[in-house]
Write a protein that binds this ligand. Sequence first.
Ligand code: TAP
Length: 455
Amino acid sequence: MAERFTEWIYLVSAVLFILALKFMSEVRTARWGNWAGALGMLLAVAGTLMRPEVVDYRWIILAVVVGFVVGAPMGLLMPMTAVPQRTALSHAFGALAAGLVGTAEFYLRGAELSPFFMGVLCLEVLLGYLTFTGSLLAFAKLQELIPTRPIVYPGRNYISLSVLGVGVLTGLILVANRGPAELFLVLVGAALLFGVLLILPIGGADMPTVIAILNSYAGLSASFMGFVLDNKLLIVAGALDGSSGFILSMLMCKAMNRSFTNVLFGAFGQVQVGEVEKGRTVQGYTPEDAAAVLWDARSVIIVTGYGLAASQAQHAVKELADLLMGRGVDVKFAIHPVAGRMPGHMNVLLAEAGVPYDLLYEMDEVNPLFPEADVALVVGANDITNPAAKTKPDSPIYGMPILEVDKARTVVFIKRSLAPGFAGIDNELFYLPKTMMVFGDAKKVLTQIIAALKG
Ligand code: TAP
């Protein structure tokens, strides 16, 4: 009876997980997606605890308390800018759990497993442990605990693939012989080492894409765990996680015009400094100058990027937009799919500040509107506006679709310096006569512009 009840609860959870993904694919329904996912997980845990094989709750209660004590402050206190590294940590622990369950199953009933189940168990362990060390390293790079630049050495791809090859070969021997147990340790060691080798040559700024890939590995590992434990919900949830993570990483690569292999093996971001062209001058302006231009404008398109997140300027930009709209100015926000450092980064920040959804325009909708705009106000963005993506075939961002701010009558850039962004390259736009560079922290400069406009 309890078994049957659990199966029904699992079915409802699986539907909620699918709905969560569906809701999260649109800004308007994203919050429901969160709730659907959380409810699905609550039901899944409750259903599992009702299974007859759970006979003692003491360790489980302890684990729930520890999880709550660690997880609740992380959710409440961690700033939005740290979400990529928080996600990396979650993947690390989820994947470690899958790896440990696989290890326990191997030692408890490895000898009885059929070749199919041994194969699945080996895949679970391989993906679980490599995701564990890979995600920990991704976390350390994003948190700048270790250097974020790609760590490259000769023959790195061959070395990494050889270590993976050792893991796969060991798995095949285990499937054929179901032993010896010592070989299992080689499999675990190879997986742990491969996770490190995979991430070392990848630059910190590529980590969000890598995290989406690691997400899909962790999901697959959980799905394989579902086979080993004969738990249908784990199979479904893991497969959803694995496939959605994979699709997300593909979308991110497409939006950056990078191939999957270029992200994983291209050591992108090695040349981060010294790329700014020397001997050219830019025109620096004060916030008051920018306020004067905005005062006269009839239409303004605001483009936000990573710097908005770094300076937490979302509330200031909303206040400025309100002020301009109060004067009858037509204000739009242009959203680039890879602005910032994670998918939907700008949508989340602007939604947090209360910017109405109907002011947000996707790249394809807004690009034809730039020639009509009096001002393109670029706040803490760089690469997503860089015309090199269209004009310089040797540029690392060549082919990436951009927001065509250069077509507006005046371009106002708010950033702290001429420093490049994620791609490490100079931006022609800074040097155009129609460009006004207003140097400073985005929040500070916006606050000064608002004060000048009010004054
Ligand atoms: P970036 O090209 O990285 O430029 C951000 C600019 O913000 C920098 O040039 C920096 O210049 C400025 N900045 C930093 N802190 C600031 C502050 N406190 N106040 C004002 N400005 C500040 O960012 P973007 O235009 O958003 O482009 C995103 C890049 O990240 C793309 O190349 C994309 O391919 C890559 N990427 C995105 C994702 C996702 S999913 N979003 C994932 C991986 C990679 P200063 O230092 O001079 O201030």
